[in-house]
Write a protein that binds this ligand. Structure first.
Ligand code: SF4
Length: 66
């Protein structure tokens, strides 16, 4: 089971991850950080999630295996 985690101490809500994959990431109204909508990633999510991890300027995203 693969998931992606947002480190709230690093995320500065640039929103790049939301632009790359809005079905996985969102920035709720008023939130200072991005949150993960889809707790368990689907195989089709992985390419875009890896792209979001690379593109995140705060290096706030990591993949987690459980
Ligand atoms: S791209 Fe990185 S810094 Fe920007 S909202 Fe997503 S997790 Fe936060």
């Amino acid at each position: 089971m693969t998931s992606v985690v947002v480190d709230p101490t690093k995320c500065v809500a640039y929103g790049i991850c939301v632009a790359v994959h809005p079905e996985v990431f969102e920035i709720p109204a008023g939130s200072p950080v991005a949150t993960v909508i889809r707790d368990v990633l689907q195989p089709d999510d992985l390419d875009d999630v890896r792209e979001a991890i690379r593109a995140c300027p705060a290096q706030a995203l990591t993949l987690a295996e459980a």
